[in-house]
Design a protein around this ligand. Structure first.
Ligand code: ATP
Length: 582
């Protein structure tokens, strides 16, 4: 019944210990509260003097207050624990996102990553808040109460004990049904989040192609599925609450009737009979409380399972650390030797036997048709994918140090990655530019903005660098987003290695031309890897890797490639042909 994955949360055992102690205390206060309340009632029933009421009534209020105090302490402790655990999970999830890099979003789905990081963590918090405390109360309080009842009247205790497994059995049956419905609901939720975020992202394209209505219907259908599965979870939840209430009421009624009969025949006194009757609802309360909230916490349980699944995705890591690497310098050298990479579950390698050597501030173009392996190579160079293990020499050599992968903090802290759609978050232009270096001063930001050719754009804005862009802010064009990404890379002068993944693929030729003027200036004092379909970039490179089906089929300077009249030239001819055909 106890979710095993909870045991892996740091501090949970201590929490269980504290809550168990408090549950024992709470059970004792419940018993004493019932004893004194019953005494007060007996005093009133037997019309004794008012003074005889003082001790039981005062004692009742003391234990009543104590019980309330204990429940407050319990919820305070669990709240603190849940807050802390969720903060840690958030931190771990973020770190894992950084470790896995751009491929995580591709693997998990961008919508799902967003909903997990926001709503999912809230659901986990709610789950931790409720489930640990309620499970412990259910595991401790009823047994102390029934043990006490056993000493007062063993028959009532036996009836209460007999009803417990029946209730648990129903809870398990309904719980299993709720679990399978909740799993389905969570799958629908994931799908809805991914479809929704992807549709929002592609809204402009959908509108241009007149497909927005069709996608609207698609979103409606996915949301309907989610609504229906939510309703079926709620139906089971209601049924379960009804079943719990029904069985507990029947049990209390049976005990009450038997106690009534015993009172009539005089085999039990009024005081013990009243104590048992008052304790009966408290005996069942923890199990009802657990059952009532069980369904409400299932989405939190699913979110926790999903977060744990992401946390254990093996992040690329290096067995051989890169030591003594300060930064990429003019005399640095990178050798790639017989490098292979295979995606998990793929039958063929996405990169096969790659070999090349680079020096200093090389500007390396990576070209090839779609699916040739350009992005995969960039991900390996960024350390987000780990080359296949080899029995021969290590596949990467940085400044003479052979390593198995570039998942090395010493390497990665010098990298800037600029994809086709750089992420612009809701904030000012200055905050967006200072993304890699939040402590940068204004002069440095202005300098980076100037180098990235953003002066004119910013001068036209009334609030300049303080203009809010991104979600809810001023819209910016694709070219401006690229320039902001470039300014980001330039601001952190420690980041001397720039990885560009088709940065201009979506821009019109005029914007691309303007951006090219800026970018080529930036290239000369960085190590640049530039993946592109657009071959005019080749003239701005001093080395080119031509890829096809995961292999480097040609490499050399642009002049050498032209002279060879080989695959590169074929590609140029092919693209010219396509352009002419258009
Ligand atoms: N996550 C993945 N799992 C399995 N195979 C993948 C994955 N990502 C890419 N591939 C496969 O690896 C190969 C290389 O893909 P990659 O994205 O590197 O090509 P690319 O040259 O960058 O293509 P494009 O120009 O279209 O972006 C392709 O066959 C692709 O189907």
């Amino acid at each position: 019944m106890f979710d095993q994955q909870l045991l892996s949360i740091p501090g949970i055992k201590k929490l269980i210990g504290k809550l168990s102690g408090l549950a024992v205390l709470q059970a004792l206060t419940i018993v004493l509260e019932a004893v004194f309340l019953a005494r007060a009632l007996v005093v009133v029933w037997q019309r004794e003097k008012i003074a005889a009421l003082v001790v039981p009534v005062l004692s009742f209020f003391v234990f009543f207050a104590l019980r309330y105090l204990i429940t407050r302490i319990e919820s305070q402790i669990t709240d603190n624990f849940a807050d802390h655990a969720v903060d840690q999970l958030k931190e771990q999830l973020l770190q894992q996102e950084f470790r896995l890099g751009p491929r995580m979003v591709a693997d998990v789905g961008s919508g799902h990553v967003v909903t997990l990081a926001l709503e999912g963590l809230n659901q986990v918090q709610n789950y931790l808040d409720l489930i640990v405390l309620k499970t412990i109360n259910m595991a401790i309080i009823p047994w102390i109460i029934v043990a006490y009842i056993f000493f007062v009247d063993w028959l009532s205790a036996v009836i209460l004990l007999l009803m417990f497994p029946v209730i648990i059995l129903f809870m398990v049956i309904l719980g299993l049904s709720a679990k399978s419905k909740s799993d389905q609901q969570y799958a629908e939720f994931k799908q809805m989040a991914n479809v929704f975020v992807d549709s929002i992202r592609g809204l402009k394209t959908l509108k241009l192609f007149g497909l927005s209505k069709k996608y609207g219907d698609n979103i409606y259908r996915v949301s309907e599925n989610y609504r229906k599965s939510t309703m079926s979870v709620l139906k089971v939840a209601l049924l379960s609450t009804f079943a719990l209430d029904f069985f507990t009421t029947i049990s209390i009624a049976i005990v009450a009737v038997l106690l009534g009969q015993a009172l009539i025949v005089g085999s039990i006194g009024l005081l013990p009979a009243l104590i048992i009757l008052i304790l009966c609802p408290d005996y069942f309360f923890p199990v009802r409380d657990y059952g009532d909230d069980y369904h409400a916490t299932l989405d939190g349980k699913n979110a926790l399972t999903e977060i744990n699944r992401i946390l254990v995705i093996p992040a690329p890591h290096s067995e051989v650390p890169l030591v003594d690497f300060q930064n990429w310098a003019k005399d640095s050298q990178l050798d790639v030797r017989d490098l292979n990479f295979t995606y998990p579950q793929a039958d063929q390698p996405a990169l096969s036997d790659l070999n090349f050597t680079l020096h200093g501030d090389s500007n390396v173009g990576i070209i090839g048709k779609s699916g040739a392996g350009k992005s995969t190579l960039l991900n390996v160079l960024g350390g987000w994918l780990q080359p296949d293990a080899t029995e021969k020499d290590q596949p990467l050599v940085v400044d003479g140090q052979a390593v198995d992968s570039l998942a090395q903090p010493a390497w990665q802290k010098h990298i800037s990655y600029i994809p086709q759609h750089p992420y612009i978050f809701a904030g000012t232009i200055a905050q967006n530019v200072a993304f890699y270096k939040p402590v940068a001063d204004k002069a440095a930001i202005q300098q980076a903005v100037h180098q990235a050719g953003l002066d004119k754009f910013i001068a036209e804005l009334p609030q300049g660098l303080e203009t809010v862009i991104g979600e809810g802010g001023r819209g910016i064009s694709g070219g401006q987003a690229q320039r902001i990404a470039l300014a980001r890379a330039l601001l952190d002068t420690e980041r001397t290695i720039l990885l560009f993944d088709e940065p201009t693929a979506h821009l019109d030729l005029e914007t691309e031309y303007e951006l090219k003027q800026i970018m080529t200036k930036v290239f000369h004092n960085h190590l640049v890897f530039f993946s592109t379909h657009r071959l005019h970039w080749v003239s701005a490179m001093d080395y080119v890797l031509v890829m096809d089906q995961g292999r480097i089929v040609e490499q050399g300077t642009p002049a050498e490639l032209k002279q060879k009249n080989g695959v590169y030239q074929e590609l140029v001819n092919e693209i010219r042909g396509e352009n002419n055909a258009e």
